[in-house]
Structure formats: C-alpha cells, structure tokens
Design a protein around this ligand. Structure first.
Ligand SMILES: [Zn+2]
Length: 128
C-alpha cells in the first residue's frame, strides 16, 4: 500500500514545519490530491490513523482536497476536465494535450496548536 509511504512523507514534512514553528500539537493537515495520482482516500486516512499515535499529530484530522484532472488541448485551445481514462480533447478529439492539473500531491496547510504549554515540564514526552 503506497499510501503508507505517502502519508509518512506528509507527516514528516508536517512535523518539520510544526517544530520549526514551535507548535506542540498538530490539529489538522490539509492536502491536495490530484485525481490522476490514483491515491485512495480511505487508504490515506487509514495510514494517517496508523501512523499518528504517539506523534505531534495524534488525534489530528487529515483533510483531503480532491483536485480534478484538467488538460489544455494544443490543437484547438480547449481547456477541459476529464478523468484518468479520458484525456482526449472532447472538442476536437485531439491527442496533443497538456495536463494542467491532476497530479498534485501536496500539503496545503497545517493547523497547529502552540498554547498547550503549562506547568508540565516536558509536554512532548508526557503520557496521557
Ligand atoms: Zn481540442
């Protein structure tokens, strides 16, 4: 299941960003996933739940923004949405097309919380 590796990559980048920002906890991670990546949503969620316990992102939510595939026809100039099986231009049936979007796999934003600091000496290692 390659979603496990993808999710690990997303988490690694998120931890880095959260630590750089001095955040103690990640609440929500928003990502954009293009339709052509063939990443399965539920597998991402499954991997996220399997990988986050004991980390900064424990209890966080993973919000997935699906990006539909769009291409530009170099023959007639049409921009159109399509699925992964139909890339041919619907207007002129041309094959000379350039993909505009649909292969995204990126982090859009990370929501963190940094105000959980209190008298507990090491919140990072505290067990709940
Ligand atoms: Zn066309």
């Amino acid at each position: 299941m390659h979603e496990m590796g993808i999710t690990q990559g997303i988490l690694d980048a998120s931890f880095e960003a959260a630590e750089a920002a001095g955040a103690k906890r990640i609440i929500d991670i928003r990502i954009s996933v293009g339709e052509l990546t063939e990443v399965v949503d539920f597998a991402l969620q499954f991997a996220f739940e399997a990988l986050t316990p004991g980390t900064l992102a424990e209890g966080a939510t993973l919000t997935v923004n699906h990006v539909s595939a769009r291409s530009h026809c170099n023959a007639c100039g049409e921009d159109y949405e399509h699925d992964r099986f139909q890339m041919v231009c619907p207007r002129c049936d041309g094959f000379d097309v350039s993909l505009l979007q649909g292969r995204e796999l990126q982090i859009d934003s990370i929501e963190t919380e940094d105000d959980v600091e209190d008298d507990v000496p090491s919140p990072e290692t505290a067990q709940e």
